[in-house]
Design a protein around this ligand. Structure first.
Ligand code: ATR
Length: 283
């Protein structure tokens, strides 16, 4: 029987998850449909009941529902518990299990860039700077702290940076924080992650990266445009750069494997994402 999957969020029309997951089902010859549904916060509970009643096998959860969906689920995986957020739900004999693949997806996207180095040992004790302290920054911060990185979290609204620092420390991680300003962190960072929305509309970053460590790996979680002004400047300074498309891919791969219990066709999922991005950019 055909299986049904979905992604719920608000807004949702630009989600690339359908393209990626449909490509995976096609490549594996699995009869399944993957749809996207806009669900307003007021309708979240009704939407969860509806998807369950309709026999959906699982769904992804995106902004703004990743935390608010938790009370509607029966069980959380350790990853979801640790993140305090859910991006993947699986229906297992009527029970709704919440999982989170964002953190591990981010770590995997970094690991794929560390060719020639021992990627497992790379993170421990190194300095990561996280720019922004919103929902995306939170998942990334927890994942990197778990890998033993020393975090420095900077945010326009300084209190939010300190709040996130507190959450990381409660979990046993190393973190400091402050206002989103240039400083000596630029020269000391091994990994810099840009998680704010600055750059989505093609705008310049907030300050110059003149002092950045040219050995740093610099990530912008934005992937539309594929190269933000932030990444362009980091690249010009000699840094290795990476956008957020790999993170999207790997969280999707891990979600698909959680649902299907078999290895996902990563290459086909990546091609589907890349092709869609190129079409969108041309259009
Ligand atoms: P997401 O879940 O995508 O991380 P979010 O939770 O709304 O989205 O977080 C947005 C992040 O971008 C926040 O860190 C926000 O900073 P504030 O906490 O000060 O609002 C940051 N951000 C958005 N616009 C910004 C701007 N113009 N300058 C600096 N930071 C900005």
């Amino acid at each position: 029987m055909e299986k049904h999957f979905a992604v719920i969020g608000d807004p949702i029309e630009h989600s690339l998850s359908p393209v990626m997951h449909r490509a995976a089902f096609k490549a594996k010859g699995i009869e399944a449909e993957y749809q996207r549904f806009r669900v307003s916060p007021d309708n979240l509970g009704a939407a969860v009941s509806g998807l369950t009643a309709l026999g959906f096998a699982g769904w992804n959860v995106t902004i703004p529902h990743k935390e608010k969906i938790i009370p509607f689920l029966h069980e959380l995986t350790p990853e979801a518990k640790r993140a305090g957020a859910v991006n993947t739900v699986k229906v297992d004999s009527g029970r709704l299990i919440g999982h989170n693949t964002d953190g591990q997806g981010f770590v995997r996207s970094i690991e794929t860039e560390l060719v020639g180095t021992d990627s497992r040992g790379w993170f421990n004790g190194k300095n990561a700077v996280i720019l922004g302290a919103g929902g995306a920054a939170k998942g990334i911060a927890f994942a990197l702290a778990d890998k033993g990185m020393n975090l420095h979290i900077l945010n326009r609204t300084e209190e939010k940076a300190h709040e996130l620092v507190g959450l990381v420390r409660v979990r046993g991680g190393e973190a400091t924080g402050g206002e989103l300003l240039p400083g000596k962190w630029l020269g000391q960072a091994d990994l810099v992650i840009q998680t704010t929305s600055v750059g989505l509309k093609g705008e310049k970053f907030l300050f110059s990266l003149a002092e950045i460590n040219p050995e740093a790996l610099v990530v912008d979680i934005i992937f539309r445009p594929q190269e933000t002004a932030f990444l362009r400047e980091a690249k010009a300074k000699g840094c290795h750069t990476l956008n957020g498309l790999g993170m999207l891919l790997h969280q999707g791969v891990l979600a698909w494997e959680f649902w299907l219990g078999e290895r996902a066709p990563l290459a086909e999922m990546w091609d589907a994402l890349r092709n869609r991005i190129l079409v969108v950019e041309k259009g």
